[in-house]
Design a protein around this ligand. Structure first.
Ligand code: ADP
Ligand code: MG
Length: 338
């Protein structure tokens, strides 16, 4: 076994814990390895639990995101994991590591952003923990949610022939991050603000996830937090399948494409491997594709995009303009970087 974190990688580290932790409770439906853990509460209800942490200088720079936006985002990224299982969020717990220089006003703004988001999604803040941190702020949210046993959607149900769909545009968050990290002091073109907003103010697709799950339209689902390719690899691994992606079908915004061109970047790269879009990606049998497209549009006004097909071969292949691309970098890994 590799002995350093860079070789092990983020998912190697998680695997180290997953292999050794053997859930013994008969109520455990799913443990480490999906967007949420799942526990049986009764015949009629499953409890969903997820936790995600935002660390200063790793996930955000204090000067780039307002405390109100940070409060919203720290809850939103957890709501997105509940959405990925098709559930409804119910309660949140807030752990904070606070540095001594923090002003009271920063904290109340953070609180207001978080509670505003909680109220939007009908989630109650029910507890947490508060400690001192030496140098960097840490915000760790745990969110509970519920779903019905027959509506649970995991990463594990994709079957060969299934369509792979995305419930929105990807790559905007990575393009926004590029703008934040490469500020030149000059005024941004007005419509580039949308890219920064995608990065700082993501929206969890809770209603959409619940709609797809309650109508039993999808076979597997995940939220795109680490990039389309990496998150698709999680679905493939859990479902023991592969995937063929048509890169030309990837929904990229006109702004991201224009920015990429002007800075010599590849917008496709932002779309395939950029993280933090928090858009839902799901698989469905071919005969459900049109129904999903129509119901997402008519009931929620959301356009969905088909980007590829699940295959038997346990490989992910990307085709662009008829050419199979060589993909070595899949997405974000905390110990390997992009
Ligand atoms: P997501 O991007 O959906 O939040 P992650 O990639 O962070 O999911 O985590 C993948 C899986 O590994 C999840 O089931 C998560 O609960 C689990 N996990 C991550 N870190 C740990 C850890 N330190 N101990 C146990 N489980 C972990
Ligand atoms: Mg997730």
């Amino acid at each position: 076994m590799p002995d350093d974190l860079q070789q092990l990688g983020e998912f190697g580290v998680i695997e180290l814990f997953r292999q050794a932790a053997r859930p013994s409770g008969s109520r455990v439906v799913a443990g480490i390895g999906d967007d949420c853990a799942v526990m049986r509460v009764s015949e009629a209800e499953y409890l969903l639990v997820t936790t995600d942490m935002l660390v200063e200088r790793v996930h955000f720079l204090r000067e780039d995101i307002s405390p109100r936006q940070l409060g919203r985002k720290s809850l939103m990224v957890n709501l997105s994991d509940i959405a990925a299982m098709g559930g409804r969020p119910t309660a949140a717990f807030l752990g904070m590591g606070l540095t001594a220089d923090l002003r009271g006003e920063y904290l109340t703004e953070f609180r207001d952003g978080l509670l505003e988001c909680a109220s939007d999604y009908k989630v109650d803040l029910l507890g947490g923990d508060t400690v001192a941190a030496q140098a960097d702020l840490v915000f760790c949210l745990t969110v509970l949610g519920v779903t019905k046993p027959d509506q649970l959607v995991t990463r594990a149900g994709a079957r060969p022939g299934d369509r792979i769909m995305l419930a929105g545009i990807v790559g905007d968050s990575a393009a926004g991050l590029h703008l934040l990290l490469n500020k030149s002091g000059q005024q941004l073109e007005h419509d580039y603000e949308k890219l920064i907003q995608a990065h700082l103010e993501p929206q969890a697709q809770v209603g959409l996830g619940h709609l797809l799950a309650s109508k039993k339209l999808v076979s597997a689902m995940i939220d795109v937090s680490d990039g389309v390719l990496q998150d698709l690899a999680h679905i493939c691994r859990a479902s023991a399948v592969g995937a063929d992606i048509l890169a030309d079908k990837l929904p990229l915004s006109e702004q991201a494409c224009r920015l990429a061109k002007s800075v010599g970047h590849d917008a496709l790269e932002w779309g395939l491997s950029g993280g933090e879009d928090f858009i839902l990606m799901f698989c469905c049998s071919e005969d459900k594709e049109d129904q999903i497209r129509n119901c997402c549009l008519t009931e929620l006004g959301t356009q969905v995009f088909t980007i590829g097909t699940i295959t038997k071969d346990k490989k992910i292949r990307v085709n662009s303009k008829g050419v199979w691309l060589d993909r070595s970098v899949m997405g974000y890994d905390h110990f390997r970087g992009a």
